[in-house]
Write a protein that binds this ligand. Structure first.
Ligand SMILES: Cc1ncc(COP(=O)(O)O)c(C=O)c1O
Length: 438
């Protein structure tokens, strides 16, 4: 269909028409002509139970008949209260939940909480934010500032607030003269050196477990834990973004528990509602929350609120989603299903344009290179994404690449046979796309 919509991250001149998705069932997206494609990106990394899940649909319908939206300004509602309790239960160390309706906003709130915490306790020097290079936390200005990916945000560089950035160890691209372990230590030493030099850092903000949009960089084992320890040692707030990596994507309910790195503030989004409604949450520990408490004219409270904050339909479906994680033992199932990816490592690696495979839980990033030895990232005139989308469609899969990385981020509950099918088709897609790329 010729589209009147201005599509995200899309060169509209390149895309003259768009397929219309009119239905979804399980892992399948079905277009208006009845063609079925596997949702290999979980509808932008958020789908948990597949499409049109009867339990989730029923929950939404039921809540819609009661109250569709009522504000959290001066009021509360039952689903939002229940969800806050549920979230605190799965998030050790966290004490209160602040709602928003997308991940970028959840990160804006995290930034505000962290900066205002220091002001609330009368510490005026701590105003800087530290981050990792190539992190991604969303597309609003605060989120862009703390998650600077040059290709995405370069046009706005002048308007973004400055942050202190540290390198992140990528096993595939270790600088010359380092072993991987040396390089990790070097990255951590840089952080410690800066922390100890000038104590003006309010918070360290990073994605939990792995960087997603920055290129599927899965952190080495102790990396996140050691940063959290440095934060404690130098009194820097530790803020984690679990929007894309928590809720089972990397194989654990929260990555921060797996990484033994309890944050002061953590954000969830995407899979929070199973991928059915738009909602995100920023959770804070008691220390942060208590600092916002005072007399009205102390002006310590948090000035932030969105129209749809704590929307009851979104909260109700999030509650049902969390209930289903427990009921169907989803995390255990993911750990088992995830092994299917491993069966395909060899076959994928053998393809001449594949430089590296990075996989954890229900996430796989396949990095494409034009020269395996020199690890030169592939560049094409037409976007790689468009080529892969078209070739993927011929194989019956919906793909969206990130630069030169093919992303596999399927619905978390995908069955083993479906994942095998997806991987088989991905191999065929890369092979077919190869001739179009080089
Ligand atoms: C790690 C991370 N944080 C934040 C966001 C922003 O979320 P949203 O797109 O819902 O604003 C994303 C989106 O991809 C993300 O991957």
């Amino acid at each position: 269909m010729k589209s009147s919509v201005w599509h995200p991250n899309t060169q509209m001149k390149e895309w003259t028409s768009f397929d219309t998705i009119s239905k979804g069932k399980g892992v399948w997206l079905i277009d208006s002509n009845g063609n079925k494609i596997i949702d290999a990106v979980g509808s932008m990394w958020c789908n948990v139970w597949g499409h049109s899940n009867p339990q989730l649909v029923k929950t939404i319908t039921k809540q819609t008949k009661q109250i569709q939206h009522s504000s959290l300004f001066n009021l509360t509602n039952e689903p939002a209260e229940k969800l806050a309790k549920n979230l605190i239960k799965i998030s050790p160390g966290m004490n209160k939940v602040f709602y928003s309706d997308n991940g970028s906003s959840a990160m804006e709130i995290a930034i505000k909480m962290a900066l205002q915490y220091w002001s609330n306790i009368g510490e005026t020097k701590k105003t800087q934010i530290a981050t990792l290079e190539n992190g991604y936390h969303g597309d609003t200005f605060g989120a862009m500032s703390v998650g600077y990916v040059p290709e995405f945000f370069g046009k706005f560089k002048k308007q973004l607030f400055s942050t202190i950035q540290f390198p992140v160890p990528n096993k595939y691209r270790i600088p010359k003269g380092f072993t991987f372990l040396d390089y990790q230590n070097d990255c951590l030493e840089k952080i410690e050196k800066r922390f100890s030099k000038n104590n003006n850092i309010a918070a360290f903000i990073m994605e939990s477990g792995a960087q997603m949009a920055g290129g599927v960089i899965i952190y080495p084992k102790e990396f996140q834990k050691r940063i959290s320890k440095l934060c404690k040692k130098y009194d820097v707030l530790f803020v984690l973004d679990e929007i894309a990596t928590g809720f089972g994507r990397l194989g654990s309910m929260t990555q921060y528990q797996e990484q033994k790195s309890i944050p002061d503030i953590v954000a969830y989004g995407k899979m929070l509602t199973g991928g059915y409604m738009t909602m995100a949450a920023t959770l804070a520990n008691k220390k942060i929350y208590d600092s916002f408490s005072g007399e009205f004219y102390d002006w310590k409270h948090l000035f932030h609120g969105h129209t749809y904050t704590g929307n009851p339909i979104a909260a109700a479906v999030a509650n049902e989603n969390i209930h289903m994680y427990e009921k169907y033992n989803l995390i255990k199932k993911i750990k088992k299903t995830s092994k299917i990816f491993e069966k395909f490592y060899e076959e994928i690696k053998e393809i001449s344009i594949v430089g590296d495979i990075r996989h954890k839980g229900m996430l796989m990033g396949i990095e494409l290179v034009s020269n395996k030895k020199k690890k030169i990232p592939i560049h094409t005139k037409k976007s790689i994404n468009k080529i892969f989308f078209e070739e993927g469609k011929k194989q019956g899969i919906y793909l969206r690449t990130l630069g030169n990385i093919v992303m596999l981020v399927p619905p978390l509950s995908i069955r083993e046979n479906e994942l095998e099918m997806l991987l088989t088709r991905t191999v065929k897609t890369i092979q077919a796309a190869k001739s179009k790329i080089i």
